[in-house]
Design a protein. Structure first.
Length: 67
């Protein structure tokens, strides 16, 4: 599971979708600036899709401890 830091610097109390800030994460090359809730979700979705595409090993293998 990937971890992210979402920093919100400004928000409009009359328009809840209007927020400004940045998203940081180990899978992101640099912090990404956003100006709406939709942009936050797009950043997280694209990062997750890129992470899944880079993994070609399939599901994790679990050791059988009864051996």
């Amino acid at each position: 599971m990937e971890s992210y830091i979402i920093r919100i610097y400004r928000r409009d109390t009359l328009n809840p979708d209007s927020v400004s800030g940045l998203v940081e994460g180990s899978s992101l090359k640099k912090p990404v600036v956003f100006s709406s809730i939709r942009e936050i979700l797009d950043v997280l979705r694209k990062s997750t899709e890129a992470d899944l595409a880079s993994k070609k090993t399939g599901p994790p293998k679990y050791k059988d401890y009864d051996e």
